[in-house]
Design a binder for this molecule. Sequence first.
Ligand code: AMP
Length: 222
Amino acid sequence: MVIIMLGAQGTGKGTIAGLISEEMKWPQISTGDIFRKNISEKTELGIEAEKYIARGELVPDEITVPMVINRLNQKDAQEGSILDGFPRTTQQAKKLDEILEKLGKKVDLVINLSTPKEELIDRMLTRRVCSNQECKATYNTKLHPPKVEGICDKCGATLKQREDDSNSEAINRRLEIYEEQTSPLVEYYEAKGVLRTEVVSTSINRMGKDVARVIIEDIKKN
Ligand code: AMP
């Protein structure tokens, strides 16, 4: 089963993808995480991608698409995969359809997360991530703080703020790109009949874990 997480930055795509991944034993394929791992390891791909990521711009398809193809071809992604952060443009979505067709697969479910804009910026500013690239656990200093401030509950490594979450210019640019280039994917996948929209908001007390729970139940029923 191929699942795509759609939604603006800060909606909780990573949290929900992680919970589905844990339960279903399907890999969470986060393009942002793969880039950040490459940046921390100073690989050629990481050095190139960092120029765009630091400014909140999209990394060009020439770099992103082959990276995704490579990941989807790995053994652990054959039964199921949860794409988190890809596709982000209609062009990438069309490319993904081609890639999956070659693998005899298709996009089965697109989880579209909707969160009021005023909550998104606050969530990005209060997001903290584990500095251990093998762990990558995500916290929020207000909504989901670690047990010990600044320390990851899971692995004990220090928590840090993502560079693109600490810079208001990069935050605004990412939200702008989402509106312009990624939000048209809602219509793209709606037309294919695979879209499922879920609201995540503190105002209705519905958080990522609540959404993940109902989706996991439905996946298991089918
Ligand atoms: P994320 O962790 O999903 O917020 O991604 C962090 C950054 O990585 C984004 O702001 C982009 O610069 C880059 N990135 C992640 N996924 C993609 C993608 N599908 N296409 C282009 N750039 C991406």
